[in-house]
Ligand binder design. Structure first.
Ligand SMILES: Nc1ncnc2c1ncn2[C@@H]1O[C@H](COP(=O)(O)OP(=O)(O)O)[C@@H](O)[C@H]1O
Ligand SMILES: [Mg+2]
Length: 347
């Protein structure tokens, strides 16, 4: 049994990367592992001799987004167990792809509209109600998610998307101001300020991303009670991160103001998240849920295989499918590799 963990040792890993946790797991459990640089020539010839290949690739790395799937899917085609698998990530960082996928199983998502020409949007504009959410396909941390308040504003947005387009690079100003606002004390503030260079590095990488254009992707605005939930399902375990929205607006993701009251995780959330992961065959999935403050309904607003596993550990435990809680922190990277090793034994 041989495990490959993919990253380039000469590059600084993002603090939320899972590679170090995978290495720790392999060391603790005497598993034969090797760190392999995925950006080198003839990497396929090397990786083909492994049983399990793990790569926590990032949406903020231009080169990862360019070639990670090519490598992972080629290996999977040859019967090698990879994470993330095709099912976990063919739609990663593409909210349009995620939407089609979630629609195919009638998952509980907000009403969604996608237009591929300004004319079709114009013809259908009276069917929309405002405010409405417009999102670029890609990005994270709320950078590319906007509230649109009127037809006029939407038409302007649409004109832009069907002409010069919008840059999907994250904004330093928005990130910095969210970090400062959500720091409750000096210690948190200093800790967050120290991460700005890391953010700048991602920003530098992200700047290479294409301008987004040629579509308008809209979601019904779900009124919230001041928070959203990151729900994570790995195998038969589920855990969560509560995220308060930023002061004076509707967006939670990337704001950094977290909470862990498990009463907010309803059985409806537990059932729909497990059901979605089961139907779509996900090894590991992070779901963003917004609970409608008027109806109480739980809506999945986006999915993504990657997230901060350290923030998830702080929940201090996990739910099973019946909604029973266990006081044992859910270590996502450990859980993923453990489940894959188990599969390897069975097959
Ligand atoms: N349809 C929606 N209705 C209400 N709030 C939303 C909706 N979609 C997103 N949000 C809010 O905006 C934030 C960012 O949206 P999300 O789609 O998760 O993008 P990102 O990839 O940037 O995390 C979410 O954390 C949530 O608080
Ligand atoms: Mg999100």
């Amino acid at each position: 049994m041989k495990v490959a963990i993919l990253f380039d040792k000469s590059e600084k890993l993002h603090t939320t990367n899972w590679s170090m946790a995978w290495i720790e797991y392999c060391k603790n459990n005497n598993i034969d592992y090797e760190i392999v640089n995925p950006y080198k020539n003839e990497v396929l010839a090397k990786l083909i001799s492994f049983d399990i290949v793990l790569w926590h690739y990032s949406n903020y790395s231009f080169k990862d987004m360019l070639m990670a799937k090519n490598i992972l899917f080629s290996l999977e085609e040859q019967g090698i167990q990879v994470f993330p698998s095709f099912k976990d990530c063919w739609h990663f960082d593409d909210k349009l792809a995620e939407t089609y996928l979630l629609e195919s199983i009638k998952a509980p998502i907000p009403r969604t509209f996608y237009f591929y020409s300004h004319e079709s949007l114009n013809v259908n504009i009276d069917k929309l109600s405002f405010p409405i959410i417009a999102k670029l396909r890609n990005g994270s941390g709320s950078h590319n998610v906007k509230l649109i308040r009127s037809k006029k504003e939407l038409l302007l947005y649409s004109k832009k998307m069907f002409t010069s387009g919008l840059s999907s690079a994250p904004s330093l100003l928005y990130k910095a101001s969210s970090n400062i606002k959500s720091s409750k004390n000096l210690k948190t503030f200093v800790k967050r300020a120290k991460r700005i260079p890391e953010f700048l590095r991602s920003l530098f990488n992200a700047k290479k991303f294409n301008v987004e254009k040629g579509y308008v992707f809209l979601q019904e605005f779900i009124p919230n009670n001041g928070f959203d939930l990151k729900i994570v399902v790995v195998g038969d375990k589920l855990s969560f991160i509560g995220r308060n929205i930023r002061e004076g607006e509707f967006r939670a993701s990337g704001g950094g103001d977290l909470f862990y009251d498990k009463e907010y995780v309803t059985q409806e959330v537990i059932d729909t998240a497990f059901e979605t992961s089961k139907l779509l065959g996900f090894k590991c999935m992070g779901y963003d849920y917004v609970i409608n403050s008027k109806t109480g309904k739980a809506n999945i607003i986006e999915i993504s295989y990657g997230f901060s596993h350290e923030a998830l550990l702080k929940a201090g435990g996990y739910f099973d499918q019946n909604g029973n809680w266990y006081d044992e922190p859910l270590n996502t990277p450990f859980e993923i590799i453990e489940n894959m090793l188990m599969d390897e034994k069975v097959n």
